[in-house]
Every structure is written in C-alpha cells, then in structure tokens.
Design a binder for this molecule. Structure first.
Ligand code: FAD
Length: 370
C-alpha cells in the first residue's frame, strides 16, 4: 500500500462533515469529502439552530446564511391541558430551513479548491501509513479520517461497541404556511410523540414530529395524523401544507467520538444528542470544527494519543449535559401527571430552568477548545 495522497478523508457531507472539511481546508490540509446522497438537503429536521450553532456558521464564514435566518427568542414547552412554559433564549436561536443550510455548506465546499468532493459511498480501512478509503470508483489513501456519516452510515465503524443501538424512533418533517409570525420554537411533549414547531422565513413553519414507533401503515401522512390527534393545539399555527411530509428513522448509536483505529467521529456518527433538545446540527457543526482542529494538531506532529484524548473530552463536553437533558425531557414528557408538575415547578424555580436552557443552547461549558 502506497503513501497517502491527501491529508484528510471526510466520510459524509452533512453539517458535521462539511464543517470538518471546511475548517481542515482553512488550516491548509488537502481534503477528500465523500457523499453519495444528492437529496440530503431535504433531510427531515426541526430546522431550529441554537446560538452556539449560529456562532459556528460565523466561524466557517457563512455570514450569508446567518443573515437569512429568522431569530427566535423563546422556547415554549406545551403539555396538553396545562399553561405553556415560555423560556427566554438570549442570545436568540434561529430558524434556518435545512435546504438553505445544506445549500450554503455545499456552496462553501465547492468554492474551496483544496476540497475534492467524491459522490460515492465510502468504506474505510486502516493501513500502515494512514487509511484506505474505497468507493465503487476506486481507492484513495489519506493520512487521517473524520467519520461524519450520521446515524445510519456504515462506512467507518468496525468497533463492535459501535454496533450497539438504542431502540429506534421515527422522525417526520412537514412544512406548512404560517400566516401569523410567532417568535418562538414550540415543543409539545406527550406519551406517543413530540411535536416541534419552528417558524421559518417567508411565512412558513416547519413541523417536526418524533414518534416512538413507525406507523404500521399510511407512512408519514399517518404519522402526522397521529401526532395532531395527540397534540391538537399544535395545529393552531398551521395554514395549508407545502409539499408532502418526509420521514427518517432514528437509530441512535452508542459509539463514542474516536474509533479504535483512530478515526475521529463527529455529529450524529459519534452518538449525537436526541433531537428533543434541538441541538443536533449545532453539535454537528461544533464537533466538525473541533475534529478539524485536532487533525491540524496531528498534522503539526503533536502526540496522537494526547490529541485524540483531547478531542474525545471536547466532544463529551459538548454532549454530556445535553444528553442528560434529553433523557430527562423524554422521561418526564411521556408521563403526563409528572410533566404537568414539572411545568409548574419549572415556573417556580426559574433560575434552574434557565440554567437547563443554557445547557441546550451550549452556553454553560468552558473552556471551548479541543
Ligand atoms: C425529526 C428530527 C428533528 C430534528 N430537529 C432538529 C432541530 O430542530 N435542530 C437541530 O439542531 N437538530 C435537529 N435534528 C437533528 C439533526 O438533524 C442531526 O443531528 C444532524 O443532521 C446531524 O448532522 P450530521 O452531519 O452528523 O449527520 P447527517 O446530517 O445525517 O449527515 C450524514 C451524511 O453522511 C452521508 N453518508 C452516510 N454513510 C456514508 C458513507 N458510507 N460514505 C459517504 N457518505 C455517507 C449521508 O448521506 C449524509 O449526507 C433533528 C432530527 C430529526 C430526525
């Protein structure tokens, strides 16, 4: 096996992979970016972005997409039959349609001569001098690999621990017209599903639904019907639908951020955070930046064990608190009497509640370096 021809191979060009590729290129590394799916721009997502994610887009120089985003100043938690709980977000979160975000990332990648996009599914094997990445069109040799292949990808992991999966949930996304102009993200918690409403620019609203089980028949349309039956108040902001709904299976991985072969995993590929907290894209962008920084250190000849350890710790800092919050929200939200008491308690203990919001927003961690 010959010497590597490129510094870095990035597997997957979702938010995490694009962020890693762009930030690595910024540091002067040559990058191969593998992505087979041209339809990824319409991936089902809640389309809300935490303040830390906005900061990452700024760091990547994507000021145009930030300018197009719609600021959202509050999170509103709703449980059927109870007064909603409003929590302030300062700085505000933002709504960015997934198609707009992915298009901006794709444009930025296309403008970088040092990033070569290869439109094929990739498989990774370690070699004596780095890694061999195989696709149906050939083989590539790189010194380091960032795995950004999301929840369903299988191009990177050979680690048996990584094959452990949490029970599957099912995500649905639909766009509707929205004549009113709400300035908040609305989250309806319930026994069978959660509904997220994110107002988008141009009088539209994104509806994301997380179901505990895939509907037995009827697909996404049936999923919407089940969700609106459980959460009728969620429909009050909705005008006519825009296009058909889209669905996605959620199989959470328990892999950890570095494989035994020394591949750095980012975003959902490293385990991510349940969408209930609304920070998946933020974690994807942030971990992409952190991984690129770690690869930059490896390129400068720093001790690889120390660099990979630091990256693992940095990823854990990004996700630990948010994962706990996600577990708590799902557990409480699916038990109505408990959820009603929790809403009442959250109103009374507002400093604690605001602290939980800061955990989701990503403001409560320090230091912010890998
Ligand atoms: C219903 C729902 C609502 C959500 N709401 C929100 C929200 O409001 N806010 C938020 O921040 N997050 C939300 N999320 C989570 C967010 O969408 C994810 O966390 C985010 O997309 C993770 O980005 P990623 O780049 O890690 O992975 P992905 O976006 O999944 O990208 C992975 C990419 O890797 C590619 N790939 C896979 N295998 C290979 C291979 N072998 N070779 C090459 N390429 C490969 C795939 O084609 C894909 O493009 C939501 C998710 C769901 C399902």
């Amino acid at each position: 096996m010959g010497e590597p021809t490129h510094d870095l191979g990035v597997i997957g060009a979702g938010p995490a992979g694009c962020a890693a590729a762009l930030a690595a290129w910024e540091q002067g590394l040559s990058v191969l970016l593998f992505e087979p799916d041209p339809r990824r721009r319409s991936k089902p997502c809640g389309e809300g972005m935490m303040p830390e994610g906005i900061a990452c887009l700024g760091e990547l120089g994507l000021h145009g997409v930030v300018a197009q985003a719609r600021p959202l100043h509050r999170l509103r938690y709703c449980v059927r039959g109870a007064r909603p709980l409003d929590l302030e977000l300062a700085p505000p979160a933002a709504a960015i349609a997934r198609s707009t975000l992915q298009a901006a990332l794709d444009r930025a990648v296309a403008e970088c001569e040092g990033i070569q996009l290869i439109a094929h599914t990739a498989r990774v094997e370690p070699t004596r001098t780095g890694f061999c990445i195989t696709t149906s069109e050939g083989m590539h040799r790189v010194r380091w690999v960032v795995g950004a292949d999301g929840l369903a990808g299988s191009g990177v992991r050979r680690d048996p621990v990584a094959q452990r999966r949490d029970p599957t949930r099912y995500g649905i996304r639909a766009h509707f017209e929205c004549p009113s102009e709400p300035d908040h993200i609305e989250i309806h918690l319930g026994r069978h599903c959660e509904v997220y409403l994110t107002p988008l620019p141009q009088a539209r609203i994104n509806v994301a639904i997380l179901l505990e089980q895939r509907p037995l028949r009827g697909g996404s349309e049936e999923g919407l019907r089940i969700a609106f039956e459980e959460h009728p108040e969620a429909t009050r902001l909705l005008g006519p639908p825009i296009g058909p709904p889209a669905a996605r299976r959620l199989t959470r991985r328990s892999s950890g951020p570095v494989t035994p072969d020394g591949v750095l995993l980012v975003g959902d590929a490293a385990g991510g955070v349940d969408p209930v907290v609304g920070c998946g894209v933020t974690v994807a962008l942030r971990s992409g930046l952190l991984a690129a920084r770690a690869v930059g250190r490896l390129q400068r000849g720093e001790d690889s064990k120390a660099v990979l350890h630091d990256y693992s710790r940095a990823y854990a800092r990004e996700t630990r608190g948010r994962r706990r919050l996600a577990r708590g929200l799902r557990w409480v939200g699916s038990r109505r009497p408990l959820a009603l008491s929790a809403l009442a308690a959250a109103r009374m203990v507002s400093p604690l509640t605001q602290r939980l919001v800061r955990v989701a927003a990503g403001e409560s961690r320090s230091p912010r370096t890998a």
